[in-house]
Design a protein around this ligand. Structure first.
Ligand code: G6P
Length: 359
């Protein structure tokens, strides 16, 4: 088993470090097929994205990418809800995109089967080759991440995001919904993402020290805006799954509507704050949290964050639409180190399974 871990103490850490390679493989592995699939998607206006867990968060990022670039707004629903709520709404004019690492999640498979029964077109974005989801779907895109052993999804998430980014760019090209030069830039930016992830992994030592200072905290809040909302949700999920610390992810605008009442001295607030159209707004949310004594950990590319935060993780510059792939990496590392420091096995969290094959 030690050999399989390639010198890493846990599969999860190995898989976090494999992300630059996995993202490259996702790009190359889909380069020739993405256009045909995007052409199919272009025919539909009624689009659902269904998934569970981390894959569901990927679906949420997918919505932002589709709406910003292709001006199509998919409804993103967790598959356990979709299968019972949308039965009367799905028809031949519907496209259902199912995202599932394993291709075996019971709720996601049931949602796909329902969609097929109603005559909808089903596209699956899957990691495990030949899994059940690929047999149900009309079309499959693979994430090419390689086997993922750690229960908490890492490289399969960033490769799902890579595939969704490629799809949204291609869809926008086909539909003519975004500036061609901008789409070319974004595509070039995506190819540079593996290097950006490589750069971020260099912060691992600093993140471990940060985790040491946070190990006794009981509640964490993760905030983001726009395309960073799902990143905040995913950061909170990672922490819950393996460190067993309570964490909440939310849109920063929602802070004032309840969670602010829970902020007191030293409560960690992790702000996912890439430069973009709502950057000033999240700085405002950071300041209001700080005024209540919160301990602010911010991720971003603006030095301004260094001034308003207790800990600042400096991220490389990139287009905001690519940031979900890169910004989740420090959040994976925070969760990993917290888990290990608390004596948990991050590869095998209590009560959880890699693949949930029962409802
Ligand atoms: C389980 C795993 C998660 C995963 C979710 C969905 O809960 O522990 O890491 O995100 O299932 O799995 P899927 O294989 O459908 O992506």
């Amino acid at each position: 088993e030690m050999a399989e871990k390639a010198g890493f103490p846990h599969f999860m850490l190995k898989e976090i470090y494999e992300q630059p390679r996995a993202i490259k493989d996702a790009i190359h592995g889909n380069a020739d097929v993405i256009n045909a699939v995007a052409r199919e998607i272009a025919k539909y206006d009624k689009i659902f994205i269904v998934a569970m867990g981390t894959s569901y968060h990927a679906g949420m990022v997918g919505r932002y990418l589709f709406q910003r670039l292709a001006k199509k707004v998919p409804i993103v629903e967790d598959a356990s809800e979709f299968r019972y709520e949308f039965e009367d709404i799905i028809d031949e004019d519907t496209l259902v995109i199912a995202i599932t690492q394993s291709g075996e999640t019971a709720d996601t498979l049931a949602a796909m089967k329902l969609a097929k029964k109603k005559g909808a077109k089903v596209l699956a974005i899957v990691n495990v080759v030949g899994s059940m989801a690929t047999r149900i779907a009309d079309l499959t895109l693979y994430t090419h991440a390689g086997p993922e052993i750690g229960v908490a999804a890492t490289k399969t998430y960033t490769t799902q995001l890579t595939v969704l980014t490629m799809l949204a760019i291609e869809l926008a090209r086909i539909l003519g919904t975004a500036d061609e030069d901008y789409l070319d830039e974004l595509e070039a930016g995506l190819k540079a993402v593996p290097n950006l992830v490589e750069e971020v992994l260099k912060h691992d030592g600093g993140i471990k020290e940060l985790a040491e200072s946070l190990v006794d905290k009981r509640d964490f809040f993760y905030i983001g805006r726009g395309v960073s909302v799902p990143t905040a949700l995913e950061g909170a999920l990672k922490l819950k799954e393996i460190s067993y610390i309570h964490a909440e992810g939310l849109s920063a605008g929602e802070l004032k509507h309840g969670p602010l009442a829970l902020l007191e001295d030293g409560v960690p607030v992790v702000a996912v704050a890439p430069s973009g159209k709502t950057f000033d707004k999240i700085v405002g949310n950071i300041e209001e949290s700080r005024a209540r004594g919160a301990f602010i950990i911010s991720l971003g590319d603006s030095e301004e964050l260094g001034r308003v935060s207790n800990a600042f993780i400096r991220m490389p510059d990139m287009d905001e639409l690519l940031s979900p792939i890169v910004y989740v990496v420090p959040l994976q590392l925070i969760a990993y180190h917290m888990a290990v420091l608390r004596g948990n096995d991050p590869d095998k969290p209590r009560n959880l399974a890699k693949s949930v094959t029962v409802e």
